[in-house]
Design a protein around this ligand. Structure first.
Ligand code: FES
Length: 344
């Protein structure tokens, strides 16, 4: 049995962003602080108390910009039947503690330099805000944000965006789309808006139909597919906060996997029919994971040497895979020796 590395964070502040969206500022214990250096666009997985079988783990994007030294901040918007989002908005107050996994996710720019087109729908602005602030403060390029909402009252970070537009007059351009004013954005209008920014890195986050429409629009606008990144949140089938028991099938041939994790290198036998994550967990390593189903990217690591194959992948994009990123929970070996790292 092993338990994934979980942490207790203290809620230091609750900010009521809109009528149905709350931001929570969270503070790790001093000894855990090193686990919470995050990249812009990443998310936290929270353990939401529940009597339900299978637990209620939920992923929420961080809106804080690490380069600014801001405290960890997640932003959560209620959804009509959302158990997790309603629990967070109704129950968490300053002084409370919540159990979480370390930040993870691959919806993050490789470099903060260069020009960006960011497209967000509703609370999809959360990771986008982290990227936007990081690029403006630590990068040198220009940022265009297309931000769609139901109405003016539902615009999260409205005042912060106004302030940033003033501060970065020459580098930031924000276009608000309001359903109450223009109706739902059409493919044609989105394409027209995206066209001037076709050469940029594109990051898209929002409800699935919105992301689908924006993806089609940016493609029609001429954006290169490998420059278009999506944040996809699928629900978790397993509870990553539960005890994990892993049984390896060691009957067949085995290769070797060498893994760098938290500054330590470990070499393990990798029986070929088993997933790489299971090999690590069985050996008692604190390898990160959340869904174990190829849906979330919490287990993402980089192959430095050798070859693996993923059985299922809902979350990594072609550019991630070209960079050597793989999902440990879905990886089986193709070569006798594989070297991977979680530390880059
Ligand atoms: S743990 Fe979610 S993709 Fe591997």
């Amino acid at each position: 049995m092993s338990r994934p590395h979980t942490f207790q964070l203290r809620v230091t502040e609750v900010i009521h962003e809109t009528a149905d969206a709350h931001s929570l500022v969270l503070q790790p214990r001093d000894e855990d602080a090193g686990h919470f250096d995050h990249r812009p666009g990443q998310f936290l997985t929270l353990s939401i108390p529940t009597d339900r079988e299978g637990g209620a783990a939920r992923c929420y994007s961080l809106s804080s910009a690490p380069v600014l030294g801001e405290g960890l901040k997640i932003t959560v918007k209620r959804t009509a039947d959302g158990y997790g989002s309603n629990w967070v908005c109704d129950h968490l107050a300053a002084g409370d503690e919540i159990e979480v996994l370390a930040p993870s996710g691959t919806f993050t720019p490789r470099s903060l330099d260069g020009d960006f087109l960011l497209v967000a729908g509703g609370s999809g602005v959360t990771p986008v805000m982290s990227i936007l602030k990081s690029v403006l403060h630590a990068g040198s390029g220009r940022v265009a944000l297309i931000y769609a909402n139901r109405d003016e009252q539902s615009v999260i970070f409205r005042d912060e965006l106004i302030a940033l537009e003033k501060q970065y007059r020459d580098r930031l351009h924000v276009v608000h789309l309001l359903e109450s004013v223009q109706g739902l954005p059409s493919l044609e209008s989105l394409t027209e808006l995206a066209t001037p920014y076709a050469g940029r890195q594109v990051f898209i986050c929002g409800p699935t139909p919105f992301m689908d429409a924006v993806t089609a629009a940016v493609e029609a606008a001429g954006c290169a597919r490998e420059h278009v990144h999506h944040e996809k949140f699928l629900s978790l089938g397993n509870d990553p906060f539960d005890d994990v028991s892993v049984e390896l099938d060691s009957t067949g041939p085995a290769g070797i996997v060498e893994v760098e994790l938290d500054g330590r290198t470990t070499e393990l036998a990798w029986p070929r029919s088993n997933k790489m994550l299971d090999v690590f967990l069985e050996a008692g390593l604190d390898a990160p994971f959340s869904c174990k189903e190829g849906n979330c990217s919490a287990c993402a690591c980089i192959v430095l040497e050798g070859e693996v194959e993923m059985e299922h992948n809902e979350v990594l994009e072609a550019e991630d895979i070209a960079d050597g990123i793989v999902l440990a929970c879905q990886a089986i070996p193709l070569s006798d020796r594989v070297r991977i790292t979680y530390d880059q």
